[in-house]
Write a protein that binds this ligand. Structure first.
Ligand code: V47
Length: 376
């Protein structure tokens, strides 16, 4: 539902121009693409409401008041992980380490089985890079879930995991993805992107796939007809320039393939990891990051605020800063709760609907590929 960009009201125009964003407003009015320097300038503006006016206009041009959510369940089948990302509170290096776990196939499939009869539409699976599991584990996990619930869409394995499978089991990205698709994979989640710029990436996650590899996995996935999501971990040690660089790399791949559905800025949480000394991003910084992403990523349809990481209240506010999707019911989440997230483990459908309605928006339940399931 993309319509022409409506003009801002005279009052809003004066406000945006007085904030020093007149040139950017004029470029957006003319349908021009924003540059790296524009992105940095938007990040540096102290006027959060001017930013909201621009980002909200872009959001409403695409989606009006529609705000998507879905009913899903997260499964994290193992937290054993060879990678040593310093922001991660979820992973354990080796099987047998304190709090390390690996679900048996029965247990992992059982998480989905336990929801028999419930109206969920998606299973979201993200795991550690576990050196002790055979390739068949992942194929059987997908097959097992599909056998139990053929109706569910399986969104599984970040590009980091796909790269790991390719190296460990000696296959190309294409071969890995082909086999996973044949076993039931429906799309790729957007995790593992962190920050692409080599300076920050070296500090954050030196021993996992680099930016080029992450992007290549998604390129191959898109060539195979899979849709995928993309993310950015913001608010740890990266600079504003590195955030803009990250978004523009995603925009460039999207120009090539058109395969990304949604961009999800992931707010850094600092508990129980090696970045505990850092402050977490403020509400201001979070809103600003969502707004800038809506304006820079002109070729990605959706901007998603993952309420688990943001907190329910802040997620609700983002709906005025460019966001049109707040993710799902989630059920059981480990990655952020081990990093200190204080959000609940799950929100019911009625909670999500109320949260969206109270923000003056129109809730629409979607499936993973953004088909409308029901207007609430
Ligand atoms: O890649 C890990 C992030 C991601 C922390 O595609 C952290 O629909 C903040 O990608 N503080 C995994 N972030 C989760 C993810 C995701 C979530 C929801 C929806 C979708 C989707 C994808 O979580 C990791 C990493 O970037 N992460 N630890 C932390 N301490």
């Amino acid at each position: 539902m993309v319509t022409d960009l409506p003009a801002l009201s005279p009052l809003a125009t004066r406000h945006v121009d007085a904030a020093g964003l007149g040139e950017i407003r004029a470029r957006l009015d003319a349908g021009e693409r924003l540059s790296f320097d524009d992105g940095v300038k938007l990040f540096l503006t102290p006027d959060l409401s001017a930013l909201a006016a621009l980002a909200n206009r872009e959001r409403e041009r695409r989606w009006g008041d529609i705000t998507f959510f879905n009913r899903n369940v997260h499964v994290n089948a193992t937290n054993v992980c060879e990678a040593t990302c310093i922001f991660c509170s979820f992973s354990r290096l080796k099987t047998g380490d304190a709090a390390a776990y690996t679900m048996s196939l029965d247990e992992a499939v059982g998480r989905v089985k336990a929801l028999r009869g419930e109206l969920i539409t998606e299973v979201h699976i993200v795991n550690g890079l576990n050196p002790d599991l055979p390739w068949s584990y992942y194929l059987d996990l997908l097959r097992g879930i599909k056998a139990e619930r053929p109706d569910l869409h399986i969104k599984a394995f970040t590009a980091v995991e796909i790269h790991y499978f390719a190296e460990k089991y000696a296959m190309t990205y294409h071969e890995v993805l082909r086999q996973l698709i044949d076993a039931g994979l429906g799309s790729l989640p957007g995790g593992g992107a962190e920050i692409f710029h080599p300076r920050a990436r070296k500090k954050l996650c030196d021993d996992k796939v680099d930016a080029e590899g992450w992007i290549e996995v998604h390129r191959v996935a898109h060539e195979l007809g899979l849709r995928s999501n993309c993310t950015m971990l913001f608010g740890s040690i990266e600079t504003i320039e590195e955030r803009v660089d990250h978004m523009l790399r995603l925009r460039a791949l999207q120009d090539e393939t058109g395969g990304f559905q949604t961009f999800i800025p992931l707010r850094f949480h600092h508990e129980n990891n090696r970045l505990e000394r850092l402050r977490e991003p403020t509400a201001f910084d979070s809103l600003r990051t969502y707004a800038v992403s809506r304006l820079l990523l002109d070729n990605i349809d959706h901007i998603k605020a993952y309420w688990v990481m943001l907190g329910v209240e802040l997620a609700q506010l983002t709906l005025g800063w460019g966001v049109d999707d707040i993710d799902g019911t989630v059920r059981e989440e480990r990655i952020y709760h081990m990093a200190g997230a204080r959000t609940p483990q799950t929100l019911g459908r009625a909670d999500l609907v109320q949260l969206i309605r109270d923000a003056g928006r129109v809730p629409v339940e979607r499936d993973t590929l953004y088909h409308v399931v029901a207007e609430a």
